[in-house]
Design a protein around this ligand. Structure first.
Ligand SMILES: [Zn+2]
Length: 194
């Protein structure tokens, strides 16, 4: 799927960082004063992470990265709206980031609430409405419905980013960016590419 070497290397960096994290061998890269000084000149994050607000899923920690490495968008349920898409467009068009990873995770409260149904108070309903197509896609699949919905949601959000007009769809079509979806197991600490 990913034949561009820069994008492939970025994905490899995430995978290796997560391996360090899940095997308790974190190296805490790019977190010292030297890195701060270096970044004073500007940032060039190598990946955009679209993750969940869940406090157990902090991207810099689970991928063992530091300052200036990841451009992170986090909302409950790792979904995107126009503001999030604009943030991604900024990263790819102005910072040169080429890999976008959408990260769903086990025990996601937003997805669990969607699967359970009901009428939530306040603005939480907007999140559940956005996740509902994933629930529909996951229904009837073998295995756990919530887990399947979490994975379907990450895939659907990756599609939404990849086909977002006019900027991201064009860059994806040209192979200048790649969008991948992944699943983080909060118990084992492992990230699996979907
Ligand atoms: Zn979540």
């Amino acid at each position: 799927m990913i034949n561009n070497s820069e994008i492939g290397q970025a994905l490899q960096k995430l995978i290796e960082g997560n391996k360090r994290f899940s095997s308790s061998k974190r190296s805490h890269p790019n977190q010292d004063e030297g890195r701060r000084q270096e970044l004073h000149k500007g940032q060039k994050p190598f990946a955009v992470i679209v993750g969940c607000s869940d406090s157990r899923t902090a991207p810099e920690i689970i991928f063992d990265q530091g300052l200036g490495d990841l451009f992170v968008i986090r909302v409950a349920g790792n979904i995107v709206d126009d503001v999030a898409l604009g943030s991604i467009e900024y990263a790819v068009a102005h910072l040169g980031t080429r890999l976008i990873l959408v990260l769903g995770h086990s025990k996601c409260g937003a997805v669990t609430a969607t699967v359970q149904g009901g009428t939530p108070h306040g603005h939480i309903g907007s999140i559940i409405q956005t996740i509902k197509p994933a629930l529909k896609a996951a229904k009837g699949l073998p295995g756990d419905l919530t887990d399947n919905t979490i994975k379907a949601n990450a895939r659907l959000v990756a599609d939404q980013i990849q086909y977002s007009d006019p900027i991201l769809s064009e860059l994806a079509r040209l192979g200048k960016i790649a969008v991948v979806s992944a699943y983080y197991n909060i118990e084992s600490g492992e990230v699996h590419i979907l």
